[in-house]
Design a protein around this ligand. Structure first.
Ligand code: IMO
Ligand code: MG
Length: 422
């Protein structure tokens, strides 16, 4: 059996939660392989909308196994709040969620460091979600980090105090007056770490491979998006993990040869939350219309998302880096009723035409647009390919031709029923 991967191809918030929830019907196992509670994956459960931060989006499916992989950074306090809320819906969360022993922990001082780093950057700030993601990954690669497996060791408290001392020493170098009760947060965190220990803590790499050997299909659920990848995104305006397909191998302990389909999720337009380049951004009434019609406000931070037209050079780049086999287009219904719909098919960088994503995040990038006639139809009520307006079909065909990848799934509204599989 192969491991299939679902990834965001833009700057996050592509609608991965809904798609994983739809695809999860075919996968008994869903695994998160990177990122942390900076993710906000919105899915519907009955009449309630639910935002998942750390727990894989398969958790609402009966009998599912949901693995938090070693590539994730986990905050026990956020994890507990999330699991208790899921449990309150009558879901047997402890039966469905397992955590890899090698998963790194976010401690309270990671959040303080995140805030202090951002404050020190001033105008150049990343626009971080301030969940401690960057500092936790820095400790991982800096070989200072604490892992879930350490919670089970007798000297855990000592290790924790050592790490905290290092953090406080670093914080002392900042002129950063934080309004934060560290002692209280720490008491809570230590209680929540005990709660985490009541879950199945597993050798993730062995279990994942054994599940595949036993013929269980696994869906690896990416968080954030390709353009926020620590290597290939718009560095330094990125998150701190590998959001591309390769991250699924290192984040779960699965060989590249075991990867099957790679589902690339993108919106029919673009959004970005936080700082950094966004060539097709619209600061005008059309941008506002996208924000309002698309409910483009952060699921984790509530911040209004920046909005703009679809960016094909960036999409093709993401398809190339991850070897996407199937495209999944989200939220084209948000564009219903627009007179024209634009797509950036290339850029002019410092006056020179290119279709490559520039290295320089401060370069003047002017998109070159292709215009499409809008569809004056209600896509959300379409239930089959035959019902789709011709103008929309032309839009899809252009994207398929440019990327060379078929658009296999169209999501035309938040409901599971508003999904067309082609
Ligand atoms: P999902 O999984 C959108 C952005 C932040 C910031 C940058 C770094 O819901 O798509 P960090 O918290 O990692 O220090 O922030 O990355 N960012 C996201 N943007 N969706 C997300 O997750 C994001 N996770 C982080 O806004 O610009
Ligand atoms: Mg989100």
């Amino acid at each position: 059996m192969k491991l299939d991967v679902v990834l965001g191809l833009q700057w996050g918030d592509e609608g991965k939660g809904k798609i994983v929830d739809v695809l999860a019907a075919h996968y008994p196992v869903v695994a998160r392989f990177q990122g942390g509670p900076n993710a906000g994956h919105s899915i519907r459960f009955g009449d309630t909308a639910f935002v998942l931060h750390s727990v894989p989006s398969g958790v609402f499916r009966e009998g599912s196994i949901n693995i938090i992989g070693n590539g994730v950074v986990l905050d026990p306090s956020i994890f507990r709040t999330e699991c208790e809320a899921i449990g309150a819906l009558g879901i047997p969360v402890r039966e469905r969620v397992r955590i890899a022993r090698r998963t790194h922990l976010i401690v309270p001082t990671h959040k303080l460091l995140d805030a202090a780093d951002e404050a020190a950057l001033g105008k150049a700030k990343i626009g971080s979600t301030l969940k401690g993601i960057g500092p936790a990954y820095s400790d991982k690669t800096g070989r200072n980090g604490l892992r879930v497996g350490d919670l089970l060791e007798p000297d855990f408290r000592e290790k924790y105090e050592t790490l905290k001392r290092k953090h406080l020493a670093r914080l002392g170098q900042y002129d950063f007056p934080y309004p934060f009760d560290l002692e209280e947060a720490e008491r809570q965190w230590l209680r929540d770490a005990e709660y985490l220990k009541t879950f199945d803590i597993i050798d993730g790499e062995y279990e994942t491979n054994a599940l595949l050997d036993a013929g269980k299909a696994i869906l690896a659920e990416g968080a954030q998006g390709s353009m926020l990848d620590v290597d290939f995104g718009s560095y330094p305006f990125v998150t701190s993990s590998s959001t591309a397909c390769a991250g699924a191998c290192t984040g779960l302990g699965v060989a590249p040869s075991r990867i099957g389909r790679v589902y690339g999720v993108f919106k029919a337009y673009c959004t970005r939350v936080g700082s950094g380049p966004f060539p097709t951004e619209l600061g005008d009434a059309t941008g506002e219309m996208l924000r309002q019609r698309g409910h483009e406000f952060g699921a984790t931070t509530g911040r209004p998302r920046r909005t703009g037209w679809l960016d094909l050079p960036a999409l093709k780049y993401a398809v190339m880096i991850s070897g996407v086999t199937d495209l999944i287009m989200m939220k084209a219904d948000v564009l219903d009723g627009f007179d024209t719909v634009k797509v950036a098919c290339g850029y002019r960088v410092d006056g020179v035409r290119t279709d490559r994503v520039p290295y320089d995040v401060y370069a003047e990038v002017e998109p070159v647009y292709k215009e499409f006639k809008g569809w004056k139809a209600d896509l959300g009520s379409c239930r089959s390919e035959a019902e789709l307006p011709d103008e929309f079909k032309a839009y899809i065909a252009y994207i398929e031709q440019e990327t060379g990848i078929p658009v296999r799934i169209l999501s035309l509204g938040p409901d599971r029923a508003q999904t067309i599989i082609r």
